[in-house]
Design a binder for this molecule. Structure first.
Ligand SMILES: [Zn+2]
Length: 287
């Protein structure tokens, strides 16, 4: 696959009504359409609506891809959002909408119901009832192999052509508490691992923007006013909590850095390494 003028050749192009100015995309944000499944239904809405929404690509259940905004132009897909300390993801991301019903509810024996009232066979459509911290409870429809293969192929083409891209994320990650797409059945980490390789770019960013603590006796005590303190995989407030550290616990400091104007420490607790906000810690002397 090749891009000409930042449009994917070979895929149908359908110009969206809402297209913004030039951007330099650094991440891809994946979405579910939360819509009926008929081919072209979500794509038609995303191309032309009064809600001022748009997206770069729509991937149908059969794997058909439609492009609607050039990848170097802004589309309105993420709304209020932030990624690892940078807010307003529409200004630096490529959006991909994957046709899927989104969160469904139970509708009698063996049926799940989309928000617009249509019901689906739980057995025939690969629907599962799942609760996660990020999504809450719901009935969720699995993604067909043809659709996942198309998303994978599109990501591969984008990362080959758009050299500024460094990571793949989801709407629930950049808009926590507000959005639940993609659904819990989407194989995000498997796809990230395949496209991004072994080195996680978020890990590299955190390591590259911090300095190691070389003193093995450098410890801090969690000082959270009686609360626990979240230890996070990366130094950001996206949904990435590894474990809550009890108040008063002394932990070794591994790295120090400032991210989004806030001081963070990388520490070790309960056999894991992760980041805590420095202001909820106090230096202690381990004799
Ligand atoms: Zn979304």
């Amino acid at each position: 696959m090749h891009f000409k003028d930042h449009i994917l050749q070979g895929a149908p192009y359908q110009q969206a009504l809402w297209m913004g100015g030039e951007i330099t995309p650094t991440i891809v944000v994946l979405h579910d359409t939360a819509s009926p499944l008929q081919p072209g239904n979500a794509a038609a809405y995303l191309a032309d609506n009064q809600a001022k929404v748009s997206v770069h690509f729509v991937v149908e259940r059969d794997g058909t891809i439609t492009q609607q905004v050039p990848v170097n132009r802004r589309a309105n897909h993420a709304g209020q959002s932030s990624f690892n300390g940078r807010s307003g993801c529409n200004g630096f991301s490529i959006g991909i909408e994957i046709v899927n019903p989104g969160r469904m509810t139970r509708a009698g024996a063996g049926k799940a119901k989309g928000w617009w009232g249509e019901t689906f066979s739980i057995e025939d459509m690969g629907v599962e009832e799942i609760t996660t911290a990020e999504h809450g409870h719901g009935l969720w429809m699995g993604y067909p192999q043809a659709q996942l293969a198309a998303v994978f192929g599109l990501l591969g083409a984008l990362f080959a052509e758009v050299t500024t891209l460094s990571d793949i994320t989801t709407h629930w990650y950049v808009s926590p508490g507000r959005k639940v797409d993609t659904n819990p059945l989407f194989p995000l980490e498997a796809m990230r691992a395949k496209i991004l390789g072994r080195d996680d770019p978020a890990d590299l960013m955190a390591e590259g923007s911090s300095i190691p603590e070389n003193d093995p006796t450098a410890y801090v005590e969690i000082d959270a006013g009686g609360d626990t303190l979240n230890m996070r995989r990366w130094p950001s407030f996206n949904p990435n909590v590894l474990v809550a550290i009890p108040d008063g616990t002394a932990v070794p400091v591994l790295r120090r850095g400032v991210f989004d104007n806030r001081a963070w420490l990388k520490v070790r607790y309960a056999g894991q390494e992760g980041w805590v906000v420095a202001r909820y810690t106090a230096a202690v002397c381990i004799a």
